[in-house]
Design a protein around this ligand. Structure first.
Ligand SMILES: [Zn+2]
Length: 91
């Protein structure tokens, strides 16, 4: 799998079920988003020995995340392009 620390596709082992998470912590959800559920897993990269968590989630939500990131980037560029006097209401 992909390791975000050494930026390589390599073998990463999965931790035992209770390390470092309690058994009930595997299935995650987000308050206010009843359609979002994912399985959280702890991994250790066998190349760099770093540990990290991964999430197994419906792929549709990854595409949604990409669209949201793109939209936020476009919004930030639009705000940066606003004239300075528009952002200061008390002038
Ligand atoms: Zn690694």
């Amino acid at each position: 799998m992909y390791c975000p620390f050494c930026d390589r596709v390599t073998v990463c082992s999965a931790h035992a079920p209770n390390f470092p998470m309690a058994p009930g912590e595997y299935l995650q959800s987000a308050a206010g988003h009843p359609d979002l559920h994912w399985f959280r897993r702890s991994r250790i990269c066998t190349t760099c020995n770093e540990s990290f968590h991964t999430a197994e989630i419906y792929e549709k939500h990854i595409h949604e995340l990409i669209q949201l990131r793109d939209g936020l980037g476009d919004l930030a560029k639009s705000v940066e392009a606003l004239p300075a006097q528009v952002s200061r209401r008390d002038d």
